[in-house]
Design a protein around this ligand. Structure first.
Ligand SMILES: NC(=O)c1ccc[n+]([C@@H]2O[C@H](COP(=O)([O-])OP(=O)(O)OC[C@H]3O[C@@H](n4cnc5c(N)ncnc54)[C@H](OP(=O)(O)O)[C@@H]3O)[C@@H](O)[C@H]2O)c1
Length: 250
């Protein structure tokens, strides 16, 4: 069995307070990384980050703020540089879902989704890539969605932001490959987090019935794919989108 050892590496995970981001952060910590954790300030986020700090002393740095606000991206990069002088892995996970039929979605909701899901991702990527460029090494993992490839009813804006994540992944992968910085994306299907727990029961059941494997996925199952992209096991893999969806899209 190959053990993934990321001892000495430094990662940043956006949206790390719960769900997929939290599982990714914990998985990277277990593999030996130090991790800069980000989420918007809340009691939930502080409790979640305090728990990780207790479990992995001296390897956790919390940065509170929205990836969309223009200063949080800088704060994440500064935290990595001031404490560790490097950044090896970036997991662009922070994301929000707002579902509405096409005619009902407001301008403010359109802007909010784009600001968080893609503009925020690009801002954090810009600063991370600058740091990674110095060492000519790095791995960026972007969290898209199967609806970014296949669409979803009631999700015109969300799916557009997630398609944009895939486009950004391809372009960044091309531009950064000569610098040995890899950029890949994951397209989760139906994963058991607060995002999908908010769905009505009947809708969850209907979506679940479309999954070839017949069940929802866990945040840990997405985190495992993130770990693969973060590690040297994927040293020759860039510009790829992996579905982690139990066969929802085949
Ligand atoms: N669950 C699924 O089935 C599924 C499927 C496909 C794709 N995804 C994608 O996977 C990612 C994680 O989703 P999840 O299911 O784990 O959702 P979740 O449980 O709602 O967690 C979202 C995380 O993002 C953080 N966040 C939200 N807005 C933020 C912002 N502006 N700045 C920084 N952090 C922010 C949240 O923390 P705060 O609210 O405390 O800031 C939380 O930590 C998202 O990009 C989502 O689109 C999920």
């Amino acid at each position: 069995m190959t053990i993934i050892d990321l001892n000495g590496r430094v990662a940043a995970v956006t949206g790390a307070s719960r769900g997929i981001g939290r599982a990714a952060a914990e998985t990277l910590l277990k593999a030996g990384c130090s991790v800069v954790l980000n989420a918007r300030a809340s009691d939930e986020a502080s409790a979640s980050f305090a728990e990780l700090e207790t479990a992995f002393p001296d390897r956790v740095t919390a940065v509170y703020g929205s990836v969309a606000d223009g200063v949080t991206a800088t704060a994440i990069a500064q935290a990595a540089m001031s404490r560790y002088k490097r950044l090896d892995i970036l997991v662009n996970n922070a994301g929000i879902l707002r579902e509405k039929v096409i005619g009902m979605i407001s301008d403010a909701e359109i802007s909010e989704l784009f600001d968080v899901n893609i503009i925020g991702l690009i801002k954090v990527t810009q600063l991370a890539a600058r740091i990674m460029t110095r060492r000519k090494s790095g791995s960026i993992v972007n969290i898209s969605s199967i609806v970014g490839m296949k669409g979803g009813s009631g999700q015109i804006v969300y799916s557009a932001t997630k398609s944009a994540v895939i486009g950004a992944t391809f372009s960044a992968a091309k531009e950064l490959a000569p610098l040995n910085i890899r950029v890949n994306a994951i397209a989760p299907g139906l994963i058991d987090t607060s995002m999908t727990q908010a769905f009505a029961d009947i809708r969850r059941k209907s979506l679940e019935s479309q999954v070839a494997m017949g069940r929802v996925g866990s945040p840990q199952e997405v985190a495992n794919a993130i770990l693969f992209f973060a590690s040297d096991l994927s040293a020759y893999v860039t510009g790829q989108v992996i579905g982690v969806d139990g066969g929802l899209v085949i």
